[in-house]
Design a binder for this molecule. Sequence first.
Ligand code: NOJ
Ligand code: CA
Length: 663
Amino acid sequence: MKKIFVIALLGLISSVQLSAKDVKLTSPDGSLTVTVGVDGGKAWYQVKRGGETVIGRSALGLVLKDGDLKDNFKMGKTTRSSLDESWGQPWGEESMVRNHYNEMQVTLQEKGGMKRRLGVTFRAFDDGVAFRYEFPRQPGLQDFVIMDEATQFALPTDAPTWSIPALTAYYEGIYTREPLSKKGKMSGPIALEVNDSLYMAIMDANLTDYSTMNFAPSGTTLTVDLVPWQNGDKVRVGDTRVSPWRAIIIGHRAADILLSRMALNLNEPSKIYDTDWVKPTKYVGIWWALQKQRWTWSQGDRHGATTQNTKRYIDFAARHGLGGVLVEGWNYGWDTDWTKHGDGFSFTRAYPDYDLEGLCRYAAERGVRIIAHNETGGATQNYENQLEEAFTLYESLGINTVKTGYVNSHFYNGELQHSQWGIQHFRKVIETAARHHLMIVNHEGAMPSGIQRTWPNLIATESMRGQEYNAFDRQGGNPPYHECILPFTRGLGGPMDFTPGIMEYRNDAVPGTRPQNTLAHQLAEYVVIYSPGHMAADEIENYEHQPAFKFIEDVPTNWQCTLVPHAAMGQYVTYVRQERGRDNWYVGSVTDAQARDLELALDFLDKDHRYTAIIYEDGPDADYRTNPYPLTIRRLDVDRNTVLHLHLAPGGGAAIQILCQNS
Ligand code: NOJ
Ligand code: CA
């Protein structure tokens, strides 16, 4: 009896001691609490919202090549700070972003051996929690190799989760929804529907000089799975002494996830001090005809990038107020199987039927800029060797944007695109471009993690299954729900070069493959999918005499603020955005294969202003399966008391322009 009593008492005392050492951090509004502690030498954190567990006790720590940092910790010192600032961005979904958090820096102290210290910094925002590791230089922790993170996310339920499989080539996969425990390894960002009032997304923020974070599920617990170098190293830590942030976005409504600016806030302020030249614009391009195999990138009868074709595209852009013309296949290197021989690409020598200098002049005279295309075929060394010379040339010709591409499963040296080496390469290109006043649109790039705050010349990335699959996919194209899930996943990290605006659904190259959505849905993509420089992707002939094109001409790509009145992951989403610096509003609403009727209250409008709405909506019998074309365009006087009824056809959408009549 006495013995049992003593043991029970000891248990009590030890748990009291343990919890006395735990440290807590709350969000500015007090709703979220992070607790961090050490138990039996192992460090853990947990996240609660009120009494509700958001992330259960989850491991922290690192597996190193030389002596793990995960099993032998005690709590070291903790320091705290707070920030509440607003910062402006040259382009974006908001003109000002509020960055408001409480911070706690925890030192985990090794109990024995070299007594090394590992820092973990937590930030609690009102809309989520983030943490990152910090590696102070010290004996036993100079340059070192991370073989794995012990980091876990213990989800409270077997939540329906949206993701693509880890290591999907260029992230060009279809997001699917399964219970967490049924998933294989996944790439981030992942989006979770935990319950009716708990939605989450987990992702890398500020992925710099590190490997991309994938997730390995076991039951409902995720363990970080870093993308390796070829020899199995995950991260070689040198000058960069912090990991990316592990960001957990938390909301009551699915829409809250879309409105969170945590990913941006977790990145450094802009390193480009004078951003006057960073001016993304809408563009057309010698592109869709290539995807549909009417034209070729290589030389020959059907060569697309000829002087004559490019002039027609420049004239069209100038006539319709679009600032850019993308030209693919203008340079030497396309005439062999370039995915295997990327070393053959020249980024300065134009094909004989393409007048590089003359066309840049021709464009400039019409207020248009050429967007140079740099497909590397993954031959990054060849690209890096020419980078300085090519970018110097482009700058001298008045080219202000480069679209890069990396079609190859591995880089020239065998490393993976998602690896630390890949991340380093992409950053080198962005930084070199910034020195030459060039904006970058990166295809087959890294998974965006908010670094456009630091490098606003990275105006868009692909890293998703873009519209191009609606030309060449052998399975018929992207599923109708695709644009209803992209904003909740891929879109959280940064602008998407999705290339919307297809108006001709016929496809002679791959019959039957086409956008699996309606024309109104194609227009709505300009508002739903965020990019500061959207493409009007179709061949220009398909825009002539097409009333729907007026919306593409008019829609801005830079916003004052953004609202999300309707959102259900993978089902439908409505965005409302105000034009930057003007009292005009734009609405984009898209649905999956199901028709929907949505009410949209225009209570965001100014009470003293009058407005005209121009509504582009699915017409009678529109249905993505049978008839994607019907589109009705109507005008309506509206004010802040108006409630619009949106009827979206199966695979349909609505795009609305609301123009202020007082300004
Ligand atoms: C894939 C890119 O996503 C596409 O836009 C480009 O046309 C081809 N690669 C060729 O570079
Ligand atoms: Ca691609």
